[in-house]
Every structure is written in C-alpha cells, then in structure tokens.
Design a binder for this molecule. Structure first.
Ligand SMILES: Nc1ncnc2c1ncn2[C@@H]1O[C@H](COP(=O)(O)OP(=O)(O)OP(=O)(O)O)[C@@H](O)[C@H]1O
Length: 582
C-alpha cells in the first residue's frame, strides 16, 4: 500500500512544515485528553476519602482548563492538517492539468473526456480525504492509544491485558475487509468514469441525440450504467455495514470485560474507585478513535485506489515532446520552407496512410492540397506542427529535421485552422486573441476583417465582446470557420495551414475570404486543403493526394492540361455551377 502512495511523497515533503506543526498540535491535544481521566479519577477518590467541597472545586477548575487546552489544540490540528490537505489538493490539481495539457492528441483519443474528468474530480477528492481526515484521525488514534496505555497498565496490567484481548480480532477483520474495500472502490471509480463519459458525450452530442430522437434510448442506457454504479456501490456498503458493527462489538466486549473484572478488583480493594473511574473514562475515550479506525481504513483504501488512477494520468509520458539538445535556439524564427522527404506514415500498427510523399514547399509560397476524402490530407498537415509525429528525418523545416526545432518555436511559427473548428465559451474577441494575449483591439478587428467576419461580428449586440458557445450566441459553421481563420491570422505566422477551412461558406463568401487571404498569404508559406477548385486555384501550386501518394503536382493551368483527378474535379464543379446558375 505504501508503494501505491509513493506519488504523494513529494507533495507531503513539500508541506512537511505543516505536518510537523500538525504533529505538535496532535501531541498536545492527546496529552490534554490523557490528563482528563486521571483528573476525574482524582476527583472521585477525593470525594470518597475526604468529601471536601474545596478540593472537588479545584479539580473541576483544572478539568475545565484542560478541556479548553484540548479544544484549542483540536482546532489547531484541524486547521493545520486539513489546511495542508487542501494545499496539496491545489498543487495536485494544477500538476494534473499541466500534465494533461502536455499530452499529444493521441492521448485524448485513448482516454475518454468523462473518464479524465472523473479522475480530476472524484478521485482527487478521495486523495484529499486521505491526506486530510484520514491522516488526522489515524494520528489521533495512534498517539492517544500510545499515551493512554502506560497509565492504563499502571492502574491495572491485568485489566489492560483483558480489555485489549479482543483487539487483535478487530485488526484481522480490518485487514481482510480493507483489501476488499480497496478492490470494490476501484471498480466503483471505474464505473463512475464510465457514467461521466456517457453524460459528457450526451451533452456534447445533444444535437445528434435530438435529431435522431434517441433521448429515451440514451436515458435507458444511462440508467443501466447508473444501476451498475449503484450495484457496485452497494457491494461496498455491505462491507462497510459489516465493518462498523464488528468494531463496535469488539469494543463493547472490551468495555464489558473491563466492567466485570474492574468492578471485581474494586471490591477486592486492588484498585480504588477513582482509578477504576479513570480506567473506564480511558476506555470510553478510546471508543471513538477505535471506531474512527473503520472510517479511516475506508478513506485510506479509497484514497490509495484514487492515487493510482490519478498517477496513471500524471505519469503518462507525452508521446510528442522536445527531443533533448534541439539544434535550433528557442527564439529562432523559421523561414518556412517545408519538405516531406520520402514520408511514410501509419497510425500505430495500422495501414500506411501516407506512402513515399516527396514534396518541398518553398518558404513564402502557397500550396493547395486536393484529393479524395480519406486520402491523408489532414494527416499530412498535422505532421507540420507535430500534432502527429512523422518518422525521424522525413519532415524538414528550413532543411532541418522537424525534431531539431523546439516544439514551442515550431508551433509559435504556425497558424493552424483545423478542419473541426473549436471556439471556447468566451467572447469572440478572446477567441480570436487566443494565442496572442497582448493583441490590441485594432489588431483583432484587422484579423477579423481579413477573414471576412468583422462586419457580421459588429452586427451582434455586443460586437467583439459577444459571448459564444454554451454561455452565448451560437455561430453558424461558416462564422466559426472564419473566426478560426482570424485567430490563425492574428498570430502573424510564418506558416499558415488551413485544413478545409472554407468548406462551410458559400462561393461568394469564399471569394471574399480568399481576397483577404491573398494579402495575408504574401511572403508566408501557406497550405490550403480544399475540396473546391475555386479555393485551390488561388495557390501557387496544387498537389493532388490520392491514397497517401502525390499523384499530381503543378499550377492550376498545368494540372488542367495534364488531365486526371484535378481536371475531372474542375469539370465536375464547373458543370455544377452552370446547373445552379440556370
Ligand atoms: N487517429 C487516427 N487513428 C487511425 N486512423 C486514422 C486516424 N485519423 C485518421 N485516420 C485514417 O487516416 C486516413 C486519412 O485520414 P485523413 O483525415 O488524413 O484524410 P483526409 O484526406 O483529410 O480526409 P477528408 O478529406 O475526408 O478530411 C483515413 O482512412 C482515416 O480513417
């Protein structure tokens, strides 16, 4: 178990000052608690022997004073130890988020968002409870038992031996049940991840669910998953339900034995009434910490299972990261020449998606990529900002293997408009300025103007301050694409990549955007993935990608003259336009 908790050691070490102060508070708290039964015993003996009011009153004052000290120490214990657990929770959450931010996109294909969210919330909370209440209660139990035991032995070794006799039974029960609690909690958390993922996908895909009238089917499927979650939780409840009464029974047994044997010893005069009272108070005081043991074990088992689940995410090594000893300085700016040198690429052990691609895009020139759906166009451009990693030496920037460039330098130089546009639930201004936090309003508006979206944005009630997404207006597909283009332009990148970024706009808007882009494209390397010839022809050269191979390469005129896929596409689209025009 300690091994599983190893990931927490650096955090505990960081807050060792808190832990030491917490330990001091625990010591003082338990010291004052141990004094109390002794004082009560004294008071009882005083009454029995002297019956003097004054002495009793002195004992009462002392008791109240000790109770005050205990209360202050308990307050300090909670404040320091629970506070430290919150600090560690804060650090853990930040570290988890930072490590997730570094993961490559394949990581997010392998882990469902709901699962990640469940680990970042439910599991993190279980770890916090382990670090806070679990550590605090176990420290109190151990210290109090250790402090009380010598006094109890001094009062009566025989009584102590008898009273503690049933405790090993409790220990065995706790050991056995602890293991099961751990296993069952792991299964509960896995199911919770499943439910979270299901809910998250349903909310994200709400349009599809409504359009296909699948609400009831989805509710049913959610209910099934929820039922399984409850079934697994009830499994844990069953064990916990056995743990509490077992511990209570064992403690009850101890108290009964103490009463029986202790009472007998008072009668025989071996212990005084006061000593016996002290002893009984010790036993009663031990009841709560012993019972809390069941709760603490539960917290420890849950927490350990959750540490493992969080650590799985934290220790996942990003599949794409900076190679050690990059040849290029971090503040370098690439010219923007891109070369694919005999590039072959497959997803994992799957089939080849790109096969022997040889292509150079000179710095400052533009290239359009056309080709049938699934031919590998997106895959090819994803290799440039290293969203996917090509085999070493097969993609070069300015003649240098791409891995020689620090990731930050490389990505800073690229403006990327992905096929699926994504806008954050914030203002249009912030969405465009994403990646350029110090951009001025003028720069943002200029980028929007070039992407041919400025006029439409200004028509919204709050202009550029209009909120989009879940909390604001819903932009049309074309508006989203143009906002996304403005975002890429604002970065003033050396390399601009537009992956089918004009697919959702009509031909008139396409023409307007291309007009704006023509200025932007000057002197920067631009790659346009397009399905329309009208978009493709605006580039210096056009590459036709078929089945992961470059089938044709040339200017619009050259490719028309050459015949083949591009010329056919041109004819087909012209015919369509003529039919629409009639
Ligand atoms: N993450 C992935 N894992 C496995 N296969 C993938 C993955 N992403 C894409 N593919 C496969 O790679 C092939 C090429 O996909 P890609 O998206 O590059 O094509 P495309 O030419 O951009 O298509 P489209 O024009 O439809 O956007 C497809 O067969 C696709 O199924």
């Amino acid at each position: 178990m300690l091994d599983k908790l190893r990931p927490l050691f650096p955090y505990l070490n960081r807050y060792r000052g808190h832990l030491v102060r917490g330990a001091v508070a625990v010591l003082f708290y338990n010291a004052s608690k141990v004094v109390m039964p002794l004082l009560i015993g004294h008071a009882v003996d005083d009454v029995v022997h002297h019956g003097v009011q004054g002495i009793v009153a002195r004992n009462v004052i002392l008791l109240v004073a000790i109770a005050c000290v205990a209360a202050v120490c308990l307050y300090a214990t909670r404040w320091i130890l629970i506070g430290a657990s919150r600090e560690i929770e804060y650090d853990l959450r930040n570290d988890l988020f930072a490590s997730l931010e570094k993961q490559s996109i394949t990581f997010f294909h392998e882990h469902r968002t709901g699962d990640i969210m469940a680990r970042a919330t439910n599991d993190l909370n279980a770890v916090r409870q382990l670090l806070g209440p679990a550590i605090m209660y176990s420290a109190n139990t151990v210290v109090f038992t250790a402090a009380a035991l010598p006094f109890m032995i001094r009062i009566s070794p025989r009584l102590t031996l008898l009273a503690f006799l049933p405790l090993p039974i409790a220990s065995v029960v706790v050991q056995l049940m602890g293991r099961r609690i751990h296993q069952r909690f792991e299964r509960i958390q896995a199911m919770f991840s499943e439910i979270s993922a299901k809910a998250q996908e349903n909310f994200s895909g709400v349009r599809l669910v409504r359009a296909f009238a699948q609400e009831e089917a989805e509710v049913r499927s959610f209910e099934e998953a929820n039922q399984e979650y409850i079934r697994r939780s009830l499994f844990l409840v069953r064990i916990m339900a056995m743990l509490w009464p077992t511990l209570e029974f064992v403690l009850g047994l101890s108290i009964v034995l103490t009463l029986l044997v202790g009472g007998h010893q008072v009668v025989l005069g071996r212990v005084t009434a006061g000593q016996f009272t002290s002893y009984m108070v010790f036993m009663v005081q031990l009841t709560f910490p012993m019972l809390a043991l069941g709760y603490v074990i539960n917290l420890f088992q849950r927490g350990t299972a959750s540490v493992v689940r969080i650590d799985e995410l934290m220790k996942a090594v990003p599949s794409i990261q900076d190679e050690s000893g990059n040849a290029v300085a971090i503040d370098a700016v690439p010219q923007g020449e891109i070369e694919f040198r005999n590039l072959t690429f497959a997803y994992g052990s799957g089939p080849k998606i790109l096969d022997g691609v040889n292509l150079t895009i000179p710095a400052g020139s533009s290239l359009a990529i056309v080709g049938p759906t699934g031919s590998g166009k997106t895959t090819l451009v994803n290799l440039i900002p290293r969203l996917l990693d090509a085999p070493a030496g097969e993609v070069l920037i300015d003649g240098l293997p791409i891995r020689e460039w620090p990731l930050a330098t490389l990505r800073r130089a690229i403006g990327f408009v992905p096929q699926e546009t994504f806008l954050f639930s914030t203002s249009i201004r912030d969405n465009i300025a994403f990646g350029v936090p110090d951009a001025t309003d003028e720069q943002i508006e200029e980028a929007a103007r070039r992407a041919h979206i400025a006029a439409e944005i200004l028509e919204f009630p709050h202009g550029f301050g209009t909120l989009v997404g879940e909390r604001g207006v819903t932009l049309s597909g074309g508006q989203k694409q143009r906002t996304s283009i403005a975002r890429a332009i604002l970065r003033n990148p050396r390399v601009l990549i537009l992956d089918d970024a004009l697919a959702s706009v009509d031909t008139y808007t396409e023409e307007q955007i291309l007009k704006g882009l023509r200025e932007v494209m000057q002197d920067r390397t631009t790659i346009l993935i397009a399905h329309r010839v009208s978009t493709a022809r605006s580039a210096d050269r056009i590459a036709v990608l078929v089945n992961g191979r470059i089938a044709q390469l040339g200017t619009h005129e050259e490719l028309l003259a050459e015949g083949g896929y591009y010329a056919e596409l041109f004819e087909k689209q012209q015919l369509e336009e003529e039919i629409v025009a009639e």
